[in-house]
Design a binder for this molecule. Sequence first.
Ligand SMILES: Nc1ncnc2c1ncn2[C@@H]1O[C@H](COP(=O)(O)OP(=O)(O)OP(=O)(O)O)[C@@H](O)[C@H]1O
Length: 494
Amino acid sequence: MSNSNFLWEIILRELKSTVDPHVFDTWFSGASIDNVDFMKKSIVITSKEALISQFIQGAYDQKLKEILKKNTGFDFNIDYTSLDTDIPLITPQVFDEKPAAENLIRQNFLQGDKPSGAQHFYQKQTFPLEDYKHPVPNKNITASKKNPTLNKNYTFENFVVGEGNAFTHNIAWNVAVSPGGIYNPLFIYGGVGLGKTHLLHAIGNEMEANFPDFKIECISSEKFLNEFLASIKPMKDKNNYTNADEDFRRKYRDVDALLIDDIQFLSGKTETQNAFFHTFNELQMNQKQIVLISDRSPSQLNDLEDRLVTRFSQGITADITPPDFETRMAIIKFKCEQFDIKLDEETLTYISSNVSSNIRELEGVLKRIKFTATSKHEQPSLSIAEEILKSAKTSPRKNISPDNIINVCADFYKIKVDDILSSSRKKEVVQVRNIAIYLCRELTTLSFPSIGDCFNKDHTSILYSFNKIAKLSKDENPEIFEDIEVIKERLGKI
Ligand SMILES: Nc1ncnc2c1ncn2[C@@H]1O[C@H](COP(=O)(O)OP(=O)(O)OP(=O)(O)O)[C@@H](O)[C@H]1O
């Protein structure tokens, strides 16, 4: 084995033990190490695609250097390169700037040039670059009759880019200007209210503006399920159930792009998964773009057939993580302009420090501040913001830890912490444990395996417990959800 291969083996082995297996496969499976120069203390890591290189550099440069230091004793410099050298490397961007690739593509379009990156993408398309009608950002996206499922308020124009979403935004933009290319399917996942649906519709809107003849279907998987069930009902009634009916099949298979939200909703729905599998295959075979949104990564999708999970991971998987303080500030400023609210810097900082990372919640707080100020005939102010945040039960940003959650749950239900952490199968203990696990996932950024570490369980059991609560209907179990609200409120006061 050469020096390079040997070193790479060591690096991969160490990374594998610390990185989520799905993340590892996505980013490192196709990468290799070249040009190890022990004199100059430099190595080159080559990936298949520039975007992968960029991601590895952005997210793992430090980690890789640590592993190299640990195993060689030297501080190495790492250069990152990719096999598709004609695609420009995209440097992660900070909030109010557009990603470099996007800027480059747009700039070059404006100058009438064919950008090398976009050209490369377009060579894979049925649409040559010359046919590209709207190369510049489409500011005038208006409601279309053609694709009424697209929400026109969700565009790239009004999406604030920050650390946690820059990479995904880049990919989404590339998919919108070059559908059916190398990023197919695009699988986006992340926590509640972080802009996944916004990006999904932004892709559709931008795509529609760029390719006016496109037929784009943008739906939730719940709607897909309902339409599927409605389509097979007549056949089932006649005891003649074979396949989803032709209308349903054609509706989703005759599209140029299928954008599906909340794909996790298909978990456990075997017949719908089967229908979706065939739809997916036909679209992919015909190089039609598929974008999937989920609240968790493909490998964490429970009760979903393996053949689907594998297909979801075939293109590119990109996540959105909660915004950091600066991004929250940028989003609040942007939303203030949108909602016509004037806040001073102190109030902006207060909101950004105290509102949870869920952007939907953040929007709600701003709207309530505006409403309260208007009804009091006052200007929006810090004191109104404080009043709203206290009364709205929006838990101020605290470091809620699994320990806090377990303690508060134990106290609330009057059972012992040890029981929650035990393997007791008593019904009341199991229920409290499930709630604690559910809250750990909802209120912290921990992955299922990490939550498993806190409860001495493997991630499959944690997923199972989480779903036990997540899949409950609020209407049928109001008391559990009331309990959860009270526990959240108590946690906010810790
Ligand atoms: N980066 C962003 N810039 C501007 N607005 C954003 C951003 N991220 C989210 N939002 C806004 O926050 C709200 C919630 O976003 P969205 O519905 O897309 O979240 P989500 O991740 O799909 O949530 P859920 O998992 O609950 O469906 C929307 O009004 C959206 O416009």
